[in-house]
Design a protein around this ligand. Structure first.
Ligand SMILES: [Zn+2]
Length: 80
């Protein structure tokens, strides 16, 4: 399996993100969390805030969509 998911900050796209997680104390095993993470349980080291995390592919798709929308507006003369 080579499709490891990379998580990034929802605000800046940084991979330097942390999540609060349940850990089995006696065995140090990570107990997998529900992917429906609460924003306050996430932390971005770049923003230094609880920004929320998203999958990198999702973030990049959103960035692309925003760039496309901007380009479209420019082409339609809606932007100066
Ligand atoms: Zn960030």
């Amino acid at each position: 399996m080579n499709d490891k998911i990379i998580w990034v900050c929802a605000e800046c796209g940084s991979e330097n993100v942390h999540v609060k997680q349940w850990v089995e104390l006696n065995y140090k095993d990570i107990i997998y969390w529900e992917l429906d993470l609460d924003k306050s349980d996430t932390y971005c080291n770049t923003c230094e805030e609880h920004t929320g995390i998203v999958e990198k592919s999702e973030y990049e798709a959103e960035e692309q969509k925003a760039a496309d929308a901007l380009l479209k507006m420019k082409n339609e003369g809606k932007l100066p």
